[in-house]
Design a protein around this ligand. Sequence first.
Ligand SMILES: *Cc1c(COP(=O)(O)O)cnc(C)c1O
Length: 219
Amino acid sequence: MIAENLKEIQATIPAGVTLVAVSKTKPVSDIQVAYDCGQRIFGENKVQELVDKSEELPKDIEWHMIGHLQSNKVKYIAPFVSLIHSVDGVKLLTEINKQGKKNNRVINCLLQFHIAQEYTKFGLSFEEAQDLLSSEEFIKMENISIVGVMGMATFTQNEDQLRHEFTTLENYFHVIKSHFFKFNPEFKHVSMGMSGDYLIAIEEGSNMVRVGSSIFGSR
Ligand SMILES: *Cc1c(COP(=O)(O)O)cnc(C)c1O
């Protein structure tokens, strides 16, 4: 089923939108099926699982860390992770920068915003992001690149609410782009939308969707 699901999803995704196949909790054999269909970008939300899978699977996979990340675990993914979606504070960013330096690379990151009504979800407020991007610590960092924004909408069927939350993130993206990254073409990603809401997210400006259960089945 994975191959069929993946093709169906891919057919609904317009050019210019990146599909991150979220493979958390799924075995490497499932990821291999998606890989054999041409999928190269996979998202995981736990460090240990991401590392274990990366060791078993082909080296040209781009691994995205999409889950909440603790500073003390950055070192395990720093040598190879291709994008960290879940940067939500200067402490974490400082550690990513440090580990980037150790590994002699620049690590791509998204700033995660809190856009949902559910207070349990992680992420920065707009003001916190502005403070972070204006801080002296941030300006000195040479081994991270902020390449866009990420957010998770409320788990709801209410389409108006979803659209409102996605629009909020899209607006944050544009304001931050014009204030901090106007001349930086690498700041371009808006990561929003999951299995239940990715089509709405794309209509509201997403160019990176994170789809798990619609590809690999429920968890
Ligand atoms: C699990 C997860 C997804 C994918 O969720 P599905 O509903 O299975 O598509 C997307 N983003 C994040 C941050 C996740 O943790």
